[in-house]
Each structure stands twice: as C-alpha cells, then as structure tokens.
Design a protein around this ligand. Structure first.
Ligand code: ZN
Length: 138
C-alpha cells in the first residue's frame, strides 16, 4: 500500500509542476524517434514508449518525419507497460512549450494536419508557435 501512495503522490506533484493539463492526463517528456516498422517512439531516459495520437491531428504530427528528433512534452494516458496515447503535444525548446502547426505564409492559412495549402497548393510548413498564438484556434 505504501508504494501505491508514493506513486500517487509523485503523480500529483508532476501534475502540479506541469501546469494546466487535460483532466487526469499524465505528462511524458522525451525525444521523438520514428522507427521503421514500429512507428513513433518517445525516448524518455532509459525508457522507450510506443506512441499513438488520441486524434488524427496528434497522430499525424507524431508520424511527420519533420518532427523526428524534437523534444516533446506530451499529455495523455499510459497504455500497457510501454505505450502512451497523446492527447496534447507540445515541442519543448529552451524550456518553453510550443504548439506545432501547419502553416502557409503566403496565404496566412493554418492547418492541423500536413498537406498542401488549399489556396495556393504549396506544401504547408511545419512551424512552432507559442500556445497563445492567434493561429492556434483550438
Ligand atoms: Zn497558400
């Protein structure tokens, strides 16, 4: 019982340190790697977690080769012993959290999944913006 209490306390501490999050969500930080045949994996210390996205937006970010190697702050739920389902994804850079979005500078158009701009057909850029940037509309 004592072990369970300690684990619960450390989770509470983690939640308190990480600020507002999805209710009941756990935080996982580490480096994203795309491993052929295994999909996206987060390397966190000695551990590796198989990642999936809770929705199509997060899933497509996790599978974007341009995201590989970036340090991520994920909020979501652990799945089994080595899995994690991410509900929210932030890129960590210089101690700050950024949202990753797809953006066309020419048309000032934001999307949340990769592809071509619906307006000028240019490939959308993957850009990191502060969480309160006006382009982050959800
Ligand atoms: Zn465009």
């Amino acid at each position: 019982m004592r072990e369970i209490g300690r684990a619960a306390r450390s989770l509470l501490l983690l939640a308190a340190l990480s600020g507002p999050a999805v209710a009941g969500a756990k935080v996982l930080t580490g480096d994203l790697a795309l491993i052929p045949g295994r999909g996206p994996v987060l390397k966190s210390g000695d551990q590796q977690y198989r990642l999936s996205g809770a929705d199509d937006d997060v899933e497509s970010l996790l599978r974007d080769p341009r995201m590989a190697g970036r340090r991520l702050h994920l909020e979501g739920q652990f799945k089994g012993s080595d899995g994690f389902t991410a509900e929210r994804l932030y890129v960590l850079r210089g101690g700050q959290r950024y949202r990753a979005i797809y953006y066309c500078e020419v048309c000032n158009l934001t999307e949340f999944q990769p592809g071509d701009c619906v307006c000028c057909q240019k490939v959308l850029d993957l850009v990191e913006v502060p969480p309160d940037d006006a382009r982050v509309i959800k």
